[in-house]
Design a protein around this ligand. Structure first.
Ligand SMILES: [Cu+2]
Length: 120
């Protein structure tokens, strides 16, 4: 039962985020997004994730934004969301349905470019 509720919440989060980074037509901008308190992790031209530790409640969303330099997000914690492949100039969102601490690093820049999502 609990898994069902979590899945439903994930769907709702995705719908509510429709006006975000990947909307091609600009039609979805009137949703408001009050269900989501998403936070962002940015990887710019340097070799750091900013912030390197980001804290969210369970079922919430992280937007990973890469600038003009290639980065990736490779999770090393079991049961993490899907990895984000090497890319530039993009924003990719990941939902974290369960509490825990999720470590990740950038495969382009190695272990010295790492971060952590703390889900409470
Ligand atoms: Cu990187």
């Amino acid at each position: 039962m609990r898994i069902g509720l979590v899945s439903l919440g994930g769907v709702l989060l995705i719908v509510a985020c429709g006006g975000g980074g990947t909307d091609p037509g600009g039609n979805g901008g009137n949703g408001g997004g009050t269900l989501v308190h998403a936070k962002r992790v940015t990887a710019g031209t340097g070799t750091v994730f900013t912030p390197d530790v980001q804290t969210i409640p369970a079922n919430d969303t992280i937007y990973f934004t890469f600038a003009t330099v290639q980065h990736s997000v490779e999770f090393t914690t079991p049961s993490s969301p899907a990895n984000i492949g090497v890319s530039t100039n993009t924003t990719v969102k990941r939902v974290f349905p369960t509490a825990g601490t999720f470590d990740y690093f950038c495969t382009v820049h190695g272990n010295n470019m790492s971060g952590q999502i703390v889900v409470q």
